[in-house]
Structures are given as C-alpha cells and as structure tokens.
Ligand binder design. Structure first.
Ligand SMILES: [Zn+2]
Ligand SMILES: [Zn+2]
Length: 91
C-alpha cells in the first residue's frame, strides 16, 4: 500500500518552467548521488533499461553512479532517477 515513489518533498518555491538544471537539483535533493562519465570510458549495460536476455535489448551507457557501492551504470536522466527512486527500477 505504501507508495513506491516517495521522492518529492513539497515546498518547492519555483514550479515555473522546467529547466534541466532545476530538475537535476530536485532529483538530487533527497539523495546525493553523483553520476560521472566512466573514468575509463568503458561501456556498461544500463542497470535499468538494458535487457541482456532479450535479443537486441542491451543498452549501454558511459555513465556510472559514483556514489553507489555497486557503481552501477544507469543512463543519465530517467534511468538514473528511476534507479534511485523506485524500488523496482528495472523496466
Ligand atoms: Zn537506461
Ligand atoms: Zn547512486
């Protein structure tokens, strides 16, 4: 019964427009996770949307979350958010 998505905290002063900057700030508001380009520029399977067991379902990203111990590689944006806000982040 508990809502899975419990990320947003009310009280944002500015709700006008949606620049990617404020979007980022909001996303990182609750948890300070830092996404960085892979230091060795390696490709990782996106931990969220890559489906290895599906033919052609493999999606790669060059970014990793530096904060997570696993150093997962979600795509920047939706996948990153999903990974850090949803219990079942897998698509
Ligand atoms: Zn992805
Ligand atoms: Zn993380």
């Amino acid at each position: 019964m508990a809502p899975v998505e419990d990320f947003r905290q009310g009280g944002g002063a500015s709700t006008r427009g949606r620049t990617s900057t404020s979007d980022n700030q909001q996303r990182l508001n609750g948890m300070l996770h830092v996404i960085i380009p892979h230091p060795e520029k390696k490709l990782k399977d996106c931990i969220v949307c890559s489906k290895r067991n599906v033919p052609g379902g493999r999606k790669e990203t060059t970014y990793i979350c530096e904060t997570c111990d696993r150093k997962p590689g979600p795509h920047m944006g939706t996948c990153f958010k999903q990974y850090h806000t949803l219990k079942n982040f897998k698509l």
